[in-house]
Structures are given as C-alpha cells and as structure tokens.
Design a protein around this ligand. Structure first.
Ligand SMILES: O=P(O)(O)OC[C@@]1(O)O[C@H](CO)[C@@H](O)[C@@H]1O
Length: 369
C-alpha cells in the first residue's frame, strides 16, 4: 500500500471542495426551497442550515442519531470547511433531510426534496428510442455502445448542473480498460452500484439488460440509495419511475421488467450507501455481496472517491493497489468531477487543461480484477 496522502478537507478557499460547500450547497438549498411549498418551520430550518458555520449533532431522537454520533466523533463544533470533505458533504445531505422532515412522522415524511428536479430529468421518448436502437447493432458494437452510454450518462448529475453550464465540450476517456471488464464476466453475478437517476440510470438499466440478455451475466443486483442524496442519486422509486418510461412494446423495458419479476435482476439498498464512509468500511453483508459477484461496477464520481479513498492521491498512484482491499473484481465507470484521480500514466496530466479534474469533460473506465 502506498503511503496515504492526507484526507481532503475544504479549508482552501481556492479549492474545489471549498466551492462545493460555499456555492453548491446553498444553491441546492435554494432550489429545494423554491420547489416545495414547505411550512414556515421547515423553511426556517433550511435557512438555518444555510447559515450554520459549525457542524452540530443531530437531535437525540433522530432515528440514526447514535450512528451519526459515532461517525461524527471529533467533527461536531468544528467548521464545515475543516472537517473531511466527504464527511461534510454526507452530513449536509443528512441535515437537509432532517430540515424537511424526511424521516419524521407527519405528512412530509418520505417526500423526496429533490423529486421535482429528478422528475424534470426523466428521459424522453427520443433518448429511450436511441438506447433501444442500440440493439440493432452487432453484439460487439452494442457492447461498446452500452458501456459508453452508461459512462457518459454520469457526466451531468443534478448537483453538478446547478453550478456548471449544461452544455460541455465533447468528452475524452483518459483510461479505457473495458476489455478487462468483458474478460472478467463469464456468466455469473454482477453488482451495479448506481449513481444518479434520470439520464444516468437509463443507460445503466440498458447495460444491465445487455449483460443479462447476452448471458454475460446470469444475475444482477442494482444497488440504490436508501434515502435522497447528492440531489440526483437513484432510489428504488426512481428505478420504478424510469422503468415506467419505456414505451409499450419496448424490448429492453419488457426484458427488464421480466428479469425483476423472475429475480434475475434485484434491487438492493443499504444504510451504508448514505454513510460518510469509504468502501473500506463496507459492512460484512455488503462486502459479501461484492465478494460473490464476478464484477462490481461502481458508477460515478462519489463512488470512485469512496472506492479509492477521498485523498490527495498523485494521479499516477496505482489504481490496482489502492483498490486491492475491495472484496472482489471491481470496475469504476466515472466522469471526473472532483480532485480524486488514480491510475494515470506518468505525464498524462501534462497536456490536460487546468480544470480537467472538475469539468466533467474527462472520464475513466478502470478495472481491478
Ligand atoms: O457521484 P456523481 O454524481 O458522479 O458526482 C457527485 C458530485 O457532483 O458531487 C461531489 C461534489 O459534491 C463530487 O463527488 C462530484 O462533483
């Protein structure tokens, strides 16, 4: 194991993490306030969240207060900018859910504060038709197409789009190890850890359908978040909303529904997916699921940070080495939207634009088998 560089914090005002806490989080709260006719006490709590300088613990009665008191040891009372970035972001979403009574008994319980944004991002008939049309291609081209679509679907999560212009230049793949992905898959079980709903989840579902219908996988689990998170992250309800978009007679939609019905495709979730932790701390049951799979596919930027550790790794750090703890073969499909990168060749960074780590214009397909 290489010497571990420090965990990323947000204290440097010129850093990406600082901009997330300073600009993105307030924009997210403002959007949630605009999207819902919340009562005054909820609006006040959201405003207070915006104003808070220091991190304070959850109310004692909160359903997961004990968990968060353990996860937050040493954090409370400190500035949001001084605690680890990954922790601060996770806790921000937890506080936001608290503010909108997401877990509290009452009428607002279970109402997704990001629901309207997600609904507006559901794929339209043209996107569905384009993905369905991939099936007309020869299998090898389809294989390339479904992976490319799932990869670039990750490019514009809704949190990112709140602060970034929507249209971006064409993307560039910095590492492409998809060949190894295909070599690992021999008709066993696959886990796909989803990231965003909407335009990312659709190609993820198409990828799962491709794996199942070509026999590259016999079974698949689609792991989703247990609660709203990072604005657009997919919940089981988002999967169902997406499936309902496939038109009558869609071959892909029909096969996915059949696979869910006969158990070849299963939805799964764990509280861990909303914990401020990396995969090093995956609970035993989840680690066993990863270990039993021929391949775990991790989607997105945040899952990448949780996989390699949210640290200032030099970009040439070996991906193989930092992921060798992961309990089974793992593939990361990720557009680069934060500072954490590993697995680049020496010198590869040299010709990239200064913003390459956060622009969403570059991507990685990395595999550790
Ligand atoms: O995981 P995703 O949806 O690909 O990206 C999540 C993200 O937008 O949120 C974090 C910043 O808040 C970063 O990890 C990344 O920029």
């Amino acid at each position: 194991m290489p010497v571990e560089p420090p965990v990323i914090v947000s204290s440097d005002p010129s850093s990406f993490p600082h901009s997330v806490l300073r600009d993105r989080h307030p924009a997210i709260v403002r959007r949630v306030l605009a999207d819902h006719p919340y009562p005054p006490e909820v609006r006040q709590r959201l405003e207070r969240l915006l104003q808070s300088d220091a991190v304070t613990p959850l109310e004692a009665g909160a359903h997961d207060a004990e968990q968060w008191s353990a996860w937050g040891e040493g954090m409370y009372g400190r500035s949001w900018y001084d605690v680890p970035f990954l922790w601060a972001e996770n806790y921000f979403y937890r506080r936001l859910l608290e503010a909108v009574d997401y877990f509290a008994p009452g009428a607002w319980r279970g109402i997704d504060p990001f629901g309207p944004q997600k609904a507006a991002d559901l794929p339209g008939p043209q996107e569905l038709a384009e993905l369905d049309a991939l099936q007309e291609l020869p299998e090898e081209e389809q294989a390339a197409g479904v992976v490319t679509a799932a990869l670039w679907g990750n490019r514009a999560d809704l949190g990112f789009r709140l602060v970034q212009r929507a249209e971006q230049p064409a993307g560039e793949l910095l590492v492409d190890e998809r060949k190894r992905m295909w070599e690992v898959l021999r008709g066993g079980a696959v886990v796909l850890v989803a990231d965003n709903a909407g335009r990312e989840l659709l190609p993820d579902l198409v990828l799962l359908d491709f794996l199942l219908s070509t026999g590259r996988a016999a079974r698949a689990e689609l792991h989703v978040k247990p609660a709203p998170y990072f604005v657009s992250d997919a919940l089981a309800a988002d999967v169902l909303a997406e499936l309902a978009r496939f038109p009558e007679g869609s071959a892909v939609g029909g096969r996915l529904a059949a696979a869910l019905r006969d158990g070849r495709l299963r939805l799964h979730t764990e509280d861990f997916y909303c914990a401020p932790l990396t995969f090093h701390a995956a609970p035993e049951g989840l680690a066993a699921r990863f270990a039993a799979a021929e391949l775990t596919i991790l989607k997105g930027d945040l899952n990448y940070r949780r996989l390699v550790g949210d640290r200032d790794w030099p970009a040439t750090t070996s991906f193989e080495r930092v992921t060798d703890y992961f309990p089974g073969p793992v593939a990361a499909l990720r557009t680069v939207k934060s500072d954490v990168v590993t697995g680049l060749d020496e010198g590869a960074e040299r010709n990239l634009p200064t913003s390459w780590r956060t622009s969403g214009a570059f991507a990685l397909i990395q595999v550790r088998a």
